[in-house]
Write a protein that binds this ligand. Sequence first.
Ligand SMILES: NC(=O)CC[C@H](N)C(=O)O
Length: 433
Amino acid sequence: MSLYPGSFEGKTSFGMSVFNLGNAIMGSGILGLAYAMANTGILLFLLSAVAALSSYSIHLLLKSSGIVGIRAYEQLGYRAFGTPGKMAAGIAITLQNIGAMSSYLYIVKSELPLVIQAFLKEDPNSDLWYLNGNYLVIMVSASIILPLALMKQLGYLGYTSGFSLSCMVFFLSAVSYSSLDGGTCSFYYVTLAHTFPDSVLYDIMLLVTFFSPQTAYTVPILAFAFVCHPEVLPIYTELRNPSKKKMQKVSNISIFVMYSMYFLAALFGYLTFYGHVEPELLHTYSRIDPYDTLILCVRVAVLTAVTLTVPIVLFPVRRAIQHMLFPAKSFNWLRHIAIAVILLTLINMLVIFAPNILGIFGVIGATSAPCLIFIFPAVFYIRIVPEDKEPLRSPSKIVAVCFAALGVSFMVMSLSFIIMDWTSGTSHAAGGH
Ligand SMILES: NC(=O)CC[C@H](N)C(=O)O
């Protein structure tokens, strides 16, 4: 039986849906986790907590959508609060995806010069234009990303996400391998012996500093890494023989698989560099050996993956903008092209002026990510499920209220820590590499 009788018959299998949702979860967030781990000893606990909360929030989304038969996040907002709700959801999705695209292009800016330099065997300090990340980002945006973003439909681009996921798996294997390979990293063991003579003391210090500005970026990085919520309802709609229970199972498996990958990336990334790990893990490897073939291959793989993902992430933003600014207007090529060009220009500027990927993870992870994961699913649920079915004092609604409150406190705490970090003059996000 179809979820929406007469309108749509989902055709995607269970396994394929797990794969699609896994793709929506996995992104540049994985590169920030090792840094988050270096900043707090209880990262692995927090990682598990955010994964579990993320699964609960999908439960809320599915329950709300089951009641009203809705297949898009923004529409849930509309159903709960009318136009303001739709706008709030649209803005959060736009902001989140702009942040995700910026982080992807930031990776191009920081990694592509290293790849070109290794291939041409150029001196790393030469200021040749083709080793300048800013020019390279603009060139990649104009020559590869823009043409793909101008397509009318995602079409075959949808399939490249599978390729991106395999690149990330390759990345993960390489990180684990080089962490276990003492030779590559012996330099760091030596440094470590000087820097942290007493690792027990260091661990205690990490625990004590949990609630300090040093950990300002931890929760935002984690929240960023688990955002996939705008994709849940479209994937649900496409699912063959859909039911809430089945979709929850799809989500739990995807979250669990990505959680395991994140866990390994955080752990092995950290075990390779300890306190020296940079906010973007891959970049830290340039300290070992810029010509190392394995790392070079990983760089090329990750670069290809993120470049192909940018247009995929751009599509929902354009759709949200069109719904918010030009509702009820039919397709128009000029508008289609103009929105893509403006968005890409904006993102390019953000990336060129952003000193560090940590700023992107931080701001997006502390604003739109908690809205999309915690606050909106909970408040939409509270509004959409009718009072006669579940009164406001019923256990499930009370839990939802607590969930929203948790999201708000995450947001307020992370934002204030980040602002404190920026104004303290010793900002973690302001320094270059
Ligand atoms: N589109 C998105 O916001 C995806 C973010 C994704 N979770 C990441 O880690 O990059």
